[in-house]
Design a protein around this ligand. Structure first.
Ligand code: ADP
Ligand code: MG
Length: 698
């Protein structure tokens, strides 16, 4: 079977080398099999023909039957367009083409019956359909009816006549050539027990649905399969790792933790902090290596949890390390942790890119002799020259800034890998965590320390800027500090920088009596840190910045976060930014500045921010709005696969179902050695040979 499925796409009828090249480059389709797994993104019911008088402003793709009464050309140069006036006797609609006028007027005749297909758009009280699909009207019986699939195509594909309809045609010839060579990719028992549709039927119905019910079954089968193999792989990999690796056992409750708890702890732990410490502690006592994700909203007190865990490691005779994504954060951690453990007789060191050579050498030696108990730093910590005498626990703050490979490198800092805790303020919805971090255990701090005043979030139109400045001035006059953030979109970095520079100058003019500092991503880390430091020390009262301040900076005196062009930020990002204020005892404010004109979706997003301060709620909403592909941080955190048909948010039930089936299979047959499970091994191997990089998920 494989032979036929692996046939180069160029040999398919109707493709050829030129089109094959486009398919290769544009949508990564190389073989007949790749093509079969290129699924439609939408289906349109072609059995229904609409009347023009039924059209309203919210129509999906529809079909109309009627005649073109006349063609007319409007506009000049780039605005030139061809319009065909189309009627079905119940009204008129304009068909519009911006290119190919000659081709159209040659091909289609006025006053002949056509079926046209497209999405109507409203302009004033008229409707038009741009670049409609036009077919001659044949008799009712021969017309294509039923569900018509739609395939994603790119501009370039369309230029080479590879539109959705062309893909459909190629698909048909592909399907006919391999139909008799398709063999099942799931074990028979899984198909039978879960009443899944067979592969051949599923592929046929996904491309050429016979009925809506069969289409749904086909979709379910293919989504299940996709999620099932991801879960099977994650679960298998986790089991293997657990059985291979031994973890250090931290079973002592020692002096350091007890003394800290009795004497140094500046406040009561929240219940959530207590609970996660318990969970993590239990993990570090099992003899297995811990890999855990600690989620907690900004300000929930993750640092304190980290510190207490490090004390447990030290009590058990180990060293601990805390790694932060930026120098300023590492420095802040160093300062606050040094302060908190004062009097315990512990040795904490800070290692960053700007640590002097002499200090560096001293630290290296201290780590090797075991004199240094806690090392705090940036990714300078990963360098090979940094060797420990007995590293037992590594904590990584704000994980999404670190690549997977960097994390893996930390494993090698001891002959046996240390326990690993990844802390993040980016709330990852459960379904996504299960998939992306399927082999990490998750702990959640779902409670803020008492006495915090919820941040008040306001939406302000940019025309009303004057009022905004008055409010800012009031806060400044009370001694507070203010952040003003500008968006940064990579494609137009120059423009963004210009925005920022202009904003900076403008703000200096508006607030001449205060000092303004400025931070952006193009600055050298040294400069950036120096500017940040000016704000931390209150030498500057206003910080104008791009999103570089997003991560973890703690300036309790800052009480106002102004976000310019807030419509250009994702929800999670807005939430992260907002978390920079509200860290002190005073009422804090987050002000989202946007133009008056906003799309309905954007307005919804802004409203969610105004109404909710719950990071998880916001993350779920974000995922719904943007889809998981865009979820901030997932790229960097190494989501290793593209889903072809399943959607992590919408198909979360199928995901959990698939996971439970995968788990059951592994419980029965951990090595997948039973003959009927050979297919599983084969599929896993095949997937790992693809663009997937399964092993690196943790
Ligand atoms: P994050 O989870 O965002 O890293 P931090 O660890 O920086 O949060 O904590 C935010 C602030 O809350 C710090 O000033 C910290 O001292 C304080 N804090 C942490 N735990 C508690 C607690 N249980 N009660 C009161 N304040 C706390
Ligand atoms: Mg933090």
């Amino acid at each position: 079977m494989t032979e036929v499925l692996h046939t180069d796409i160029k040999y398919l009828q109707g493709v050829g080398p030129k089109k094959a090249d486009i398919l290769n480059k544009e949508i990564e389709i190389f073989t007949v099999e790749d093509l079969l797994y290129y699924f439609p993104y939408r289906y349109v019911d072609r059995s229904r023909i609409y009347f023009i008088h039924e059209i309203d402003g919210n129509m999906p793709y529809i079909q109309l039957k009627g005649k073109i009464t006349a063609f007319e050309t409007f506009g000049e140069g780039r605005n030139k367009r061809l319009v065909g006036h189309f009627t079905d006797g119940t009204g008129f609609i304009d068909l519009v083409w911006f290119q190919g006028a000659k081709f159209i007027t040659d091909k289609y005749k006025t006053h002949s019956p056509y079926i046209i297909f497209g999405k109507p758009t409203q302009f004033g009280d008229r409707f038009n359909i741009a670049h409609p699909e036009i077919d001659p009207f044949i008799t009712e019986e021969r017309r294509q009816t039923g569900l018509m699939p739609f395939y994603n195509t790119t501009e370039k594909m369309k230029k080479h006549y590879l539109n959705s309809k062309a893909i459909q045609k190629i698909m048909l010839s592909a399907f006919q050539s391999v139909m008799n060579h398709l063999s099942e990719t799931l074990p028979a028992s899984v198909i039978r027990d879960n009443r899944l549709m067979g592969l051949k039927d599923a592929l046929r119905n996904i491309h050429f649905p016979e009925t809506p019910a069969l289409l749904r079954e086909a979709q379910h089968r293919l989504k299940f399969e996709e999620l099932f193999y991801i879960q099977l792989n994650i679960l298998r990999y986790t089991a293997e790792r657990k059985s291979k690796l031994k973890g250090f056992v931290f079973n002592k409750v020692g002096e350091y933790l007890n003394t800290f708890y009795a004497k140094n702890l500046p406040f009561e732990l929240t219940n959530a902090q207590k609970r996660v410490i318990k969970e993590i502690r239990r993990d570090m006592d099992t003899g297995e290596q811990m890999n855990r994700l600690l989620q907690g909203d900004v300000g929930s007190g993750k640092t304190l949890v980290a510190l207490m865990l490090m004390l447990i490691a030290i009590d058990n005779g180990f060293q601990a390390a805390l790694m932060a994504p930026t120098e300023i954060l590492a420095t802040q951690h160093f300062a606050s942790i040094s302060e908190m453990i004062r009097g315990l007789g512990l040795n904490v060191e800070l290692l960053t890119g700007s640590t002097k050579k002499k200090d560096r050498e001293r630290i290296h030696t201290g780590l090797l002799t075991g004199d240094v108990n806690i090392l705090i730093g940036t990714h300078a910590l990963i360098e090979d020259t940094v060797q420990f005498s007995n590293l037992g626990l590594v904590i990584i703050d704000e994980q999404h800034r670190f690549g997977v490979a960097q994390r893996a490198k930390l494993w090698t800092k001891n002959s046996n890998p240390p326990h690993m805790l990844v802390m993040t303020a980016t709330p990852i919805p459960r379904t996504l965590a299960m998939t992306v971090y399927g082999d990490l255990d998750v702990s959640v701090i779902d409670e803020l320390p008492p006495g915090r005043k919820p941040i008040e979030t306001l939406h302000v139109y940019d025309k009303k800027r004057q009022g905004l400045y008055q409010s800012i001035r009031k806060q400044l006059s009370e001694g507070r500090q203010v952040y003003i953030v500008y968006p940064l979109i990579e494609e137009s970095e120059k423009l963004d920088l210009k925005n920022l520079e202009e904003g900076f100058e403008h703000i200096q003019e508006v607030f001449p009596e205060y000092t303004v500092c400025k931070v952006h991503g193009k600055m050298k880390p040294k400069e950036k840190d120096a500017e940040m430091q000016r704000f931390v020390n209150n030498e500057a009262q206003i910080m104008v910045a791009t999103t570089v301040i997003e991560v973890g900076v703690n300036v309790p005196n800052a009480s106002v976060m102004v976000i310019e062009s807030a419509q250009r930020f994702g929800l999670s990002q807005l939430h992260q930014l907002r978390g920079r204020v509200g860290r002190g005892a005073d009422q804090s404010f987050c002000i989202l500045v946007t133009p008056y004109e906003l799309s309905a979706d954007t307005r919804k997003r802004i409203n969610i921010m105004v109404e909710s301060t719950d990071g998880f709620e916001i993350a779920e909403a974000d995922l719904k709005f943007r889809g998981p592909g865009d979820l901030e941080g997932t790229q960097q955190s190494g989501i290793p696969f593209n889903l072809k048909i399943a959607n992590i948010v919408k198909d979360s039930e199928t995901l959990q179902f698939a996971r439970s089936i995968a788990q059951k299979l592994l419980d029965e047959d951990p090595q997948l050695e039973k003959p009927e499970h050979l297919i599983l091994k084969k599929q896993l191997r095949k997937l790992s040979g693809n663009r997937y990089n399964w092993g690196m998920i943790s």
